[in-house]
Ligand binder design. Structure first.
Ligand code: AQP
Length: 359
């Protein structure tokens, strides 16, 4: 099918708020978006700035499918805690809404509630060369140092390709770390299309201008990451952390042996703090330079802390309303799975028919 095409409009989804002012035709031209987060730990500032915030900022212009990708959380079997995984999946979904996603206009669901994801993965597996998967940098870093690596860890990007392709997705908003997987998704879809006809649309990654790669507070050379945060207390600010803990993490952020902010040779730690501040406030870098040039690191950290708290506080307040009403959350997720299935099933049927399987 080549380049992304005019998106298929949301079938039967009643747009509300600003979207309700649009004609059906205009609504039908919103690009289809798919994205998701793994429930493998506590969502942090990197997940928020790299993914969630762009979902929220563009939600009215796009036709969105957002997923909690719980099947992806099974790739390291030593780390599976079944009860915790179920709870985490619901927590992540509640955080999507707490971050500002409108549950009426966006399709939000849990991946394992829609069977088509696992089924399409098999079809895609059968034509994905192993060499493509061994090249993935995330596989290399996640398998590094492990005695035993599951097939699932290697195959994770194929499941991700299935997630995306099932929705005729055009745009995939992600942080920089995921761009290679979206390129792989395009390669797999292109191969399928070449072998079996026009089955899949080709998606594109969209990476935010700011916040695409938030680094660890304790080590600004590595990406802020849920798995590292499980091992190291001062690595990340989590969206649900109490203020006292956020304060310790930010005020203890690694900078360098200098005293004052210097823009001509800012160290990675100082650059990370400035980048987070820029991303949270949306202020131009020149204004930030004027604000901080020559200021002590203590002032910089305090100001970044305030900006983080201004973002995190309302998210935590809204989160509580979802956490306090689990039945309502479940109902929204059940409806989301139904709406997702209504899109995914015909695409899966198309992919199966193309290779000669299925009814
Ligand atoms: N540090 C980051 N900076 C910018 N964007 C980030 N994302 C994650 N970390 C950062 C983006 O958030 C989305 C969700 O990613 P995920 O949780 O599904 O997978 P991940 O990228 O593997 O996230 P983590 O925190 O590193 O989790 P673990 O340690 O479990 O693997 C993606 O769009 C990602 O780009």
């Amino acid at each position: 099918m080549g380049e992304p095409q005019t998106p298929v409009g949301p079938s039967g989804q009643a747009p509300v708020l600003s979207s309700s002012l649009m004609s059906d035709e205009a609504a039908a031209h919103k690009p289809r978006v798919f994205s998701g987060v793994q429930p493998t730990g506590n969502l942090h500032l990197g997940t928020y700035l790299g993914a969630l915030r762009q979902w929220v900022d563009h939600q009215d212009e796009r036709d969105n499918v957002f997923c909690v990708v719980d099947l992806h959380a099974l790739t390291v079997p030593e780390e599976i805690d079944p009860a915790d995984l179920t709870a985490k999946s619901r927590e992540v979904a509640a955080l999507y809404f707490a971050a500002g996603l409108n549950p009426e206009t966006n399709i939000v669901f849990i991946q394992s509630h829609v069977r088509a994801h696992a089924e399409l993965t098999w079809l895609l597996n059968c034509l994905t060369p192993l060499g493509w998967l061994y090249r993935m940098t995330q596989f290399k870093s996640k398998s590094d140092g492990r005695e035993s690596v599951s097939t699932g860890l290697l195959d994770y990007p194929v499941l991700q390709a299935a997630d995306i392709l099932l929705y005729d997705t055009e745009l995939v908003p992600v942080g920089e770390d995921q761009v290679q997987h979206i390129e792989l998704t395009r390669d797999i879809a292109t191969r399928y299309n070449q072998l079996f006809g026009d089955v899949f649309k080709l998606p594109k990654a969209t990476v935010p201008k700011m916040g695409a790669r938030v680094m660890g507070f304790d080590d600004p050379e590595v990406k802020m990451s849920k798995s590292i945060a499980r091992e190291r207390d001062r690595h990340a600010v989590h969206l649900l952390d109490p203020e006292s803990r956020i304060k310790k993490t930010v005020m203890g952020a690694v900078t360098d042996s200098g005293q004052e902010v210097r823009f001509d040779h800012a160290s990675p730690g100082v650059r990370n703090l400035l980048g987070i501040y820029q991303s949270l406030t949306g202020r131009p870098m020149e204004a930030i330079e004027t604000e901080f040039e020559g200021q002590g690191y203590g002032t910089l950290k305090k100001t970044v802390l305030e900006a983080i708290m201004e973002t995190v506080r309302p998210i935590q307040e809204r989160y509580r309303t979802y956490a306090d009403d689990p039945a309502q959350l479940d109902a929204v997720l059940a409806r989301g799975a139904e709406r997702a299935e209504a899109i995914a099933e015909p695409v899966l049927a198309r992919a199966k028919a193309a290779v000669g399987v299925g009814r």
